[in-house]
Write a protein that binds this ligand. Structure first.
Ligand SMILES: *Cc1c(COP(=O)(O)O)cnc(C)c1O
Length: 401
């Protein structure tokens, strides 16, 4: 199990996540408000030209120009750096903004990148199409196999991208083992921690140099904002920030404020979501109409022991296969009343997706087979509703197939 964060208050000692999400940013802006103010200003005035020169010449200045930084961004960054245990953080306008900006900052033509065969779809596209277009070689490896990462390392390997657990079958990457390979060779590890959230998994503690998030998911938690976060060292943050201001994936002050509000309840939500998901996964396993359930918290998950070692909770993402084909699966998903048929994940509302229907538009059957997406596959993002109601909903929908 993971260590909890090691934040120390000079008087109170160690503060827990539940406290940090409320108070870590107390001193960030000294404007006297209890609820944070939204700084809805694209630009900020200096007192005189000496101060202006100072603002213009200070990287990541919080009050110069909102594409460069904003006081609400500062608060979010403080909370996220505490949760992930990194020196600092950056915020972006989306999770893909965080991932694309990080990758484009850290690799150049002639470099080699190792990534997983399974990634979030748009990350996979960066690996398959965008990086090669700029002269970066990419090798994709089976994430459950540490030796595949080792075998892929070349003298020019610059970066390894990991994502755990990953779609669609919640496969887990051994983060500490991959870091052990990368560290002595100076290879940068970027970990997408969206599915787990920092409450369940802290990749930096396990050796990752950069932790990226789609804050659209668990961090925001209410399906109302789009945002990304990059948690890392001061040194890498400054390098990434220089690319960030050119790419311009800016987080709006309003969405930053909503994200901060969402973060206040993150530990509570994750606690409920972990419990709901484990209970629902066990319940699904008992149903005769279900072929198989994929959830790292189930003893039957092929990597359950690894998941237990590197996660303190197993998260809210469940995948399962229905006994039947595409049509039966579509009927099941359509019959659910409480879990809404929508993309995205990680919010208070349970969401469900018929995976083959989601990817049918962009992949042919051959590609779906390679990506391991059978026609009877369902992805379920468990929300914070009462577990008895979620079970009843699944049960009635299973009668409809
Ligand atoms: C959603 C998601 C992303 C992309 O985030 P956006 O906020 O939609 O840009 C990246 N990685 C994972 C694992 C995701 O679930």
């Amino acid at each position: 199990m993971n260590k909890r964060n090691d934040h120390q208050d000079p008087i109170l000692g160690k503060l827990q996540n539940e406290t940090l999400v409320i108070h870590a940013d107390d001193e960030v802006t000294k404007d006297g408000t209890v609820a944070p103010a939204i700084y809805y200003s694209a630009t900020f005035r200096a007192q005189d030209s000496i101060e202006f020169a100072d603002m213009a010449g200070t990287p990541r200045h919080p009050q110069y120009y909102t594409r460069y930084g904003n006081p609400v961004h500062e608060r979010v960054k403080k909370v996220m750096a505490e949760l992930e245990g990194t020196e600092t953080a950056l915020v972006t306008g989306s999770g893909m903004g965080a991932i694309a900006t990080t990758l484009l900052s850290l690799v150049s033509a002639g470099d080699h990148v190792i990534a997983q065969t399974r990634h979030y779809m748009s990350t996979a596209k960066i690996m398959d199409e965008m990086l090669p277009r700029f002269g970066v070689e990419v090798t994709l490896v089976e994430q459950a196999d540490v030796s595949a990462f080792a075998a892929a390392i070349r003298p020019n390997t610059k970066l390894i991208m990991v994502e755990s657990p990953a779609n669609p079958t919640l496969v887990v990457t051994d983060l500490a083992a991959v870091a052990e390979l990368a560290r002595p060779r100076g290879i940068i590890i970027v970990a997408d921690n969206t599915f787990a959230s920092p409450i369940n998994q802290r990749p930096h503690e396990l050796g990752a140099d950069v932790v990226v998030h789609s804050a659209t998911k668990y961090l925001g938690g209410h399906h109302d904002l789009t945002a990304g976060v990059i948690c890392t060292s001061e040194e890498l943050a400054e390098r990434i920030w220089h690319t960030h201001i050119s790419i311009g994936s800016v987080l709006s002050p309003m969405d930053a404020w909503l994200l901060l509000r969402g973060l206040r309840t993150l530990p509570m939500r994750i606690e409920r979501i972990n419990a709901n998901a484990l209970a629902l996964a066990k319940f699904l396993e008992e149903q005769p109409q279900i072929e198989r359930v994929y959830y790292p918290g189930l003893p039957g998950h092929p990597q359950h022991e690894l998941a237990k070692r590197q996660m303190s909770g197993f998260g809210g993402m469940i995948a399962f296969a229905i006994k039947g084909g595409y049509e039966a699966t579509a009927r099941f998903v359509s019959a659910l009343k409480l879990s809404l048929n929508a993309v995205s994940l990680g919010g208070v509302d349970s969401l469900v997706v018929h995976t083959a229907a989601m990817w049918g538009g962009v992949m042919n059957e051959e590609q779906m087979r390679t990506a391991g997406i059978p026609p009877n596959f369902v992805r379920y993002s468990v929300g914070i509703e009462h577990i008895d109601d979620l079970k009843a909903d699944v049960l009635q929908a299973l009668q409809m197939i």
